[in-house]
Design a binder for this molecule. Sequence first.
Ligand code: ACO
Length: 376
Amino acid sequence: MGESSRRGFVAGLEDVVAAETRLSGVDGEAGQLIIGGFRVEELAGRASFEETVYLLWHDALPDSGQLANFREELAGRRELPPATLDLLRAAADEKVPVMDALRMAAGTVSPGTDDEEALALVTRLPAIVAAYSRMLEGEEPVDADPELGHAANYLYMLTGEVPGAEFTRALDTYLSTVSDHGMNASTFAARVIVSTRSDFVSAVVGAIGALKGPLHGGAPGPALDVVFEIGDASRAEAYLREKLGRGERLMGFGHRIYRVRDPRADVLAAAAERLYTTDGDMELYELALDVEQTALSLLAEHKPGRNLQTNVEFYTALLLHGLQLPTQLFTPTFAAGRVAGWTGHCFEQRELDRLIRPQSVYVGSRDASWMPLAER
Ligand code: ACO
């Protein structure tokens, strides 16, 4: 037995409990996700994103007066200051990827109280993504419309057009569905940063960096690319088999915690079905369902007993594509939803006020002798 396992080292901190939270609970065996006391199926699709954020921060749904006040608080913070716009323009000139531009621009949120920073981060993230996406296309940013809610404003700032109710509902469903998810990597990163008594802006900047990786929030773009590359259901099996044969992972499948189907996949699948049947490319939708089924049967063959299932990212890709968002906005839009949970966890960690500082086990040599530079 090596020293590491004797001292309880667990690569990836699997099964290690790092926090107590009332924000969300994930039961990976039963395939259940609770957000702020509600099963995700109960909440998403009904709650506006503002209601979900309020629920996470205050542990209760707002009444109509509280909701109106909260919407107003957010509305007053959507405008991006000149320093943020300048930074985004410079990034657009260099064609910086959207997640990197988002990480840089999130850092321009002014220091304030925890409440002020949390409100600004929730409102600014989508405003930054929308403005930057337009700049990349050589277009001017569109100012928010104070009459519109959070989700509708995001689509409005992206396109300059007021979205229909079906689009707004689909985006609200998505943002609430991904608002929080236990001790995922980006949330853990945010909590570690706040635990040093650092600020919420720094925590969210760090969380954006963690979310960007392909094993976390970077999967939906590649998941959809696979569907496009396959192009026709008859090619799905050969294409996916070859990918697995090369030792590649199928994006949108598998999860560290879920051992059954990710319940968010069902919520988003239902939202995607509603969206595509009212206003979408049904051919693509059907193809995606075929690709999913083929992937599931090949994964069962590839890792028997592991029960690799569809995760949230597969249907995220389909839903956000149905909302006419380009692939490069999928992960940034995930950030715009998850910022609700990041900030909620920042509040919890602030209250706990305990530095997160785990141990490591030294596994290097212990008797090295110094060698002068000329002799190395
Ligand atoms: N395709 C192919 N093989 C897979 C996949 C997949 N999607 N997922 C897991 N495996 C394999 C692993 O390579 C591993 O094989 P090995 O034992 O030969 O090394 C085996 O199945 C078991 O893997 P796990 O331990 O269950 O995987 P882990 O917990 O480390 O990873 C993860 C979970 C990162 C999500 C993984 O399933 C994956 O890479 N999926 C694809 C990327 C993706 O969709 N990410 C989004 C996740 S959801 C979210 O973060 C919001």
